[in-house]
Write a protein of this length. Sequence first.
Length: 326
Amino acid sequence: MSFTIVEECTARLNRSEQAVPGSNTRFLEKAAQGTADVVFLDLEDAVAPDQKEQARKNIIAALNDLDWTGKTMSVRINGLDTHYAYRDIVDVVEQAGDKLDLIMIPKAGTASDIYAVDMLLTQIEAAKGISRRIGLEMIIETALGMQNVEAIAAASPRNESLHFGVADYAASTKARTTSIGGPNERYGVLTHPDADGKRDYHWGDMWHYAISRMVVAARANGLRPIDGPFGDFSDAAGYEAQAMRAAVLGCEGKWAIHPSQVDLANTLFSPSEAEVTQAQRILDAMAQADRDGLGAVTLDGRLIDIASIKQAQVLIKKAAEIAGRG
Ligand code: GLV
Ligand code: MG
């Protein structure tokens, strides 16, 4: 280990992160009855400008009056470049701050963006006697945000998670796509011709670098990396594939922009029974290796060593968190 110890943020299950527009009271009521680990009540891009004030009022009422037991509650404020943002923070936190776990900052661009929100939150919490510190989740969804992702991740002790906002990221980087997440048939490689002159075309994942970079910044600062939206909510298999490749890279969860995606995310970001069993076998084999004075042994014809213990512990710990919640 480095002499620098990475401190983990507040532990929370974050397999699914459901987006609910604050302008729709029926959706707010339905989300309260749902099964998402984290719900973010949206004041930003799912709310039209002339509905912003009403959405704020709806969200304050929803936080105070609906039963959100078992869920982590977040509010996505408007961007810090808009005149809505300060009142989003002041009104929501003053009037419902004790019901709120997190504030989500969209289009985080620099560490100073986080500093500014931290400053406001600190004042409101002190003035209102809110004893539970509100955490922060940042959407990395601009070229500027990605350029500064390490500094953003380290900007405040309130920080809990980084989210890959694929739609705005595509717009900001001027990527040639109009879909929200998902693969792109135009991003791929053409193989060399084989003996018969046949060539294959393999699709790649155009978001790979961006997500990987965000995962590293998040983990190096003890935060949760979360994959963002997948717009085609009628394509469950497509969602599952996107979620699984994010999980494989280290993401802890994925957004659900439709209620049908919540349970898909909860399942995909829970270690399967087979994974937990295999992780336990690795721990058992390494415990035996320890008793035998060995650092590395063979299990099922493959080398495992002390790093394998850490990999296995990640899965076992996650499974225990999920079981604890159940
Ligand atoms: C989320 O906000 C996104 O832009 O993808
Ligand atoms: Mg966005």
